[in-house]
Design a protein around this ligand. Sequence first.
Ligand code: SAM
Ligand code: SF4
Ligand code: SF4
Length: 338
Amino acid sequence: MLLDQFQRPLRNLRLSVTDRCNLRCSYCMPEQDYVWLPRQDILQFEEIEQLVDVFADLGVNKVRLTGGGPLLRRDLSVLVAALASRPRIADLAITTNGILLPQHARELKQAGLHRVTVSLDTLRPDRFRALTRSDELDRVLDGIAAAAPLFPQLKLDTVVIRGTNDDELVDLIEFGRRYNAEVRFIEYMDVGGATHWSMDRVVTRDQMIASLEPHYGPITPVVEASSAPADRYRLPDGTTFGIIASTTRPFCEDCDRSRLTADGVWYLCLYASRGTDLRAALRGGSSANELAEMIRSAWTARRDRGAEERLATRDRAPLISVDTLRRDPHLEMHTRGG
Ligand code: SAM
Ligand code: SF4
Ligand code: SF4
């Protein structure tokens, strides 16, 4: 097993298949315009498969397709089928805003996708419009309805922002219950892209629990050993939900995740400022062994604990300025894949 400097294994790969998106979520892409990755740099499916094989040789057994909007990538189910046919990839999932799920859920299932997570921040059309600059909430809800029977482990991810959607936690849990989907509340993070972030808009894990208990009664933690980012909780009636407390209770200690951007740059941490250009190596003719060596030497030297370092920062403000993001779109959350 390949271990980094803190004995964390390389196991989990978040694979962004596009930096384009059909929403403009206020916490991820709030600006008017964006610099996109050059089209010719975007990895072909065959290149992605080659890289995934190298990662699998080194221990990766979980792959999550993300973006941007992963379903905007043409013929995504062809890639899903190719990855699902690799027995070493024990867990193949996607994170999507759900808009294109109504038409793609069935083909993704047939292609062998294991799990789906849909991002859903609000159930109210006016808020959805304000949060995403889109009127497509109904399509997201249709997408959830289409995916739920096909993917029994459906998850719904909600970024909780003070004064925006923090009064909807109960409604979202109740909505998830209808589809047997586990809701996970994510603390608003000061990642690249979150140019409107401020600490006073973060609703902490403890505040979320305190706001749910008057409605549900005592909430108990689910005790489990896992490297998953969400802490899970149980309501008195047995319903579970998760909280991803990346901002106030980072979980870098167990982090086995790395990220590959759509143009093949590999990052060891969501907050890392530099990555390894695997596309250049691949297109430059590097062999699988040479690629494996690049990955091995980067992972074994890894000391990243980005969220913990941010927590220790005084006077926290947005991580990266708009000008810097324009100079290097790799720093954007929608390029990193979340
Ligand atoms: N577009 C897809 C989606 O929204 O599900 C996949 C990519 S998106 C970057 C992945 C995840 O990152 C989403 O669940 C999104 O809510 C989360 N995210 C983006 N910006 C965030 C922020 N500032 N704080 C916390 N989560 C964030
Ligand atoms: Fe929203 Fe995801 Fe698109 Fe970011 S990448 S704007 S979180 S849908
Ligand atoms: Fe992992 Fe970096 Fe996130 Fe910490 S901040 S959990 S090291 S990706």
